[in-house]
Design a protein around this ligand. Structure first.
Ligand SMILES: Cc1cc2nc3c(=O)[nH]c(=O)nc-3n(C[C@H](O)[C@H](O)[C@H](O)COP(=O)(O)OP(=O)(O)OC[C@H]3O[C@@H](n4cnc5c(N)ncnc54)[C@H](O)[C@@H]3O)c2cc1C
Length: 610
């Protein structure tokens, strides 16, 4: 496939593209190099034939290897870019490891970083992973509506401490990894703070769950059954009148409790206080998006390389050709590759926005919404891409040892965890109706041809404005006196507007990256411009009818759509391998996969080993 370009030229291009996706591959310049190096290590190679319990133990052993490789786990927990980057690489190696690492570093340690980080606590065993941190928010009765959780922490005026209690079975903590597997554990637990009968809303409490001898008094843990995807020791956890000291309450600017039980702090609203307390869930959304990126890019790297090596019967008698000779095969991989670039750039923009919002509170609301839609869009797209890549590798793709099959099940967890995609999507769609318009709100004065990606971006922005106006009208025109019926009347159009919005944001991120690559003076700028055009054309095609009807797309331009796509595919297909080489999967990882085993293939020219 890549025979049409000299190898050094292809390598140079791929290095430029890599820089555009990850920054420089040096430990100081890029937060990615650390994760990439771990992935290359034999310790993270696929291990077949393990029972679920053995896989869970392996995940905790690997967590300790990851921890030993870190210069400073506390600094990692405070660095959004590094946390998210680590997930992009760990997710390729081991889904269970990624889950326990995300919980330990982000939800657990990150919550401590966010609440009075200088408090006098001995965190040494947690920083050395002699203890593992867990995060207990979800309850059996309260998942996406965790703000309504029912676990209580009753203030005890006599001691200044709290009594942590599970009032009924539906309030048991659902899903966290609290079993004895992996050693002693400490939790951050979300519970409703009660002071003299008054409900002050949910706060986080630091609770030691277990030590080497077992669970602490009053704590019961029941393992949940095996779930789809890489197994983790998910459990149901309940508390029976567990005594906590005052220092267990994680306090911050959102709320503080004096020793006398008086609440002080900047946020008066109980719900907002809780959302601020569990702010790490937003970074968690970025980590889920990162897992989707890592899985999708690795799946593409494997499937594209396999397509170059797998030979099948060609159109000419007696000739076998690589799968890459078939455009039916490469068109799908090319579309998915263009999407993976868009996902990556959108994720980078969302991560930057969330990191900036840590220091500029005025940016917080917009950044949170961008993170939420990025998580939802990226993990949904990642699921589609992983399934496509698995299918393009045939039966070989079904064997976990070939590196693809696990992605298709692990991605399901990222879609539900840290806020179910549909729930956060619909919430963002509602907020968008009241948010400032995405520029430019007006229709472009004279539609420009589709050859220009900026013209396509403007067309999408105008489409978004039209859809937003329709959704707002639907909300206004909905039945009065019944908020559920009123929202139900608008939720469909609002989601359509959000779908256009996320494409505009992805286009903006893609175009910014393209401009930066072009400024570098190499060939990556032109290649990325073509890839961005393909991404946008593929998204515009299903909208063509609506765009024509709204006067946003001239009919003659719409007629050119299929041929424009064909031209781009023809130009980009010879670059497909270069485009996925830029995903920078370590060679050590790729050569470990039997379906890419070149030596065995040389001995069996008809195809890879079975
Ligand atoms: C791999 C994994 C790891 C996890 N780890 C942890 C952990 O460490 N700690 C922890 O506390 N939790 C953890 N969770 C739990 C996770 O936070 C919840 O699963 C998630 O919040 C969704 O809750 P639920 O599963 O109860 O789904 P539900 O809230 O019951 O949702 C079920 C369905 O109802 C729909 N729905 C729900 N509410 C609405 C609404 N308002 N409007 C429209 N539709 C709605 C959803 O779209 C979904 O389709 C984990 C989950 C997974 C998958």
């Amino acid at each position: 496939m890549s025979t049409q370009q000299a190898p050094d030229r292809a390598e140079q291009l791929s290095a430029e593209l890599s820089r555009s996706l990850f920054g420089d591959h040096t430990p100081d310049a890029s937060p990615h190099e650390h994760g990439r190096r771990l992935l290359a290590d034999e310790a993270f190679a696929h291990r077949g034939g393990l029972s679920p319990a053995e896989s869970v133990e392996l995940a905790y052993r690997r967590l300790r290897i990851v921890n030993a490789s870190l210069d400073d786990p506390w600094r990692l927990a405070g660095d959004v870019h590094r946390l998210a980057a680590l997930h992009e690489w760990l997710a390729v190696a081991d889904g269970a490891l990624t889950t326990v690492a995300g919980i330990h570093y982000n939800l657990f340690l990150g919550s401590l970083v966010d609440h009075d980080p200088d408090a006098d606590r001995d965190l040494t065993p947690l920083l050395t992973t002699d203890r593992v941190g867990t995060f207990l928010c979800t309850e059996l009765d309260h998942g996406n509506d965790a703000a309504a959780l029912e676990t209580t922490a009753t203030f005890d005026a006599a001691t200044g401490g709290f009594v942590l209690h599970t009032p009924h079975p539906g309030a048991r903590k659902f899903m966290p990894n609290t079993s004895p597997a992996g050693g002693p554990k400490t939790a951050v637990v979300a519970a409703r703070l009660l002071v003299e009968g008054a409900d002050l809303g949910a706060f986080l409490f630091l609770v030691e769950l277990s030590d080497d001898t077992g669970f602490r008094p009053g704590i019961s843990v029941r393992p949940l059954p095996e779930r789809l995807g890489s197994p983790v020791d998910h459990c149901l956890t309940s508390f029976d009148q567990v005594l906590l000291p005052h220092s267990a309450l994680l306090q911050g600017d959102h709320g503080r409790l004096t020793a006398d039980g008086e609440l002080t702090g900047g946020i008066g609203n109980r719900r907002k206080r809780f959302l601020r307390a569990i702010g790490r869930v937003t970074t968690g959304k970025l980590c889920m998006s990162a897992c989707g990126l890592g899985g999708a890019r690795a799946a593409l790297a494997i499937a594209v390389r396999y397509a170059g090596r797998r030979h099948v019967t060609g159109m000419s008698a007696g000739r076998r050709v690589p799968l890459t000779a078939h455009r039916s095969h490469t068109d799908r991989l090319l579309e998915a590759t263009a999407t993976a670039y868009a996902m990556t750039y959108l994720h980078r923009a969302a991560t930057d926005a969330w990191a900036r919002a840590q220091h500029e509170p005025a940016l917080r609301e917009d950044a949170e919404r961008l993170v939420a839609v990025t998580k939802a869009w990226n993990t949904w797209e990642a699921r589609r891409i992983c399934v496509e890549c698995r299918e393009r590798c045939g039966a070989q793709g079904l064997f976990p040892v070939n590196g693809l099959a696990d992605f298709t099940t692990n991605i399901e967890g990222t879609i539900t965890a840290e806020g179910d995609n549909l729930v956060i999507w619909v919430k963002a769609a509602g907020e968008l109706l009241f948010a400032p318009a995405t520029v430019p709100p007006a229709r472009p004065a004279a539609p420009r041809p589709l050859d220009d990606p900026r013209a396509m971006r403007e067309m999408l922005a105008a489409h978004e404005a039209t859809l937003r106006a329709r959704a707002t009208a639907a909300l206004r025109g909905g039945p009065t006196g019944d908020p559920q019926a009123r929202w139900n009347h608008a939720v469909g159009p609002a989601q359509e507007a959000l779908s256009a919005h996320v494409l505009v944001r992805a286009a903006d991120a893609f175009l910014t990256a393209t401009a930066a690559a072009a400024a570098g003076g190499g060939g990556a700028g032109a290649l990325l411009t073509d890839l961005c055009r393909l991404f946008l054309l593929d998204r515009l095609r299903p909208l063509a009818g609506a765009l024509i009807a709204d006067g946003l797309l001239p009919v003659e331009e719409a007629r050119r759509l299929p041929s424009l796509v064909q031209e781009l595919r023809a130009r980009l297909t010879p670059r497909l391998e270069t485009l996925v080489d830029a995903f920078a999967l370590p060679e050590e990882l790729l050569t470990r996969l039997p379906l890419l085993d070149l030596a065995a293939q040389a001995a069996r020219p008809e195809g890879p080993p079975r």
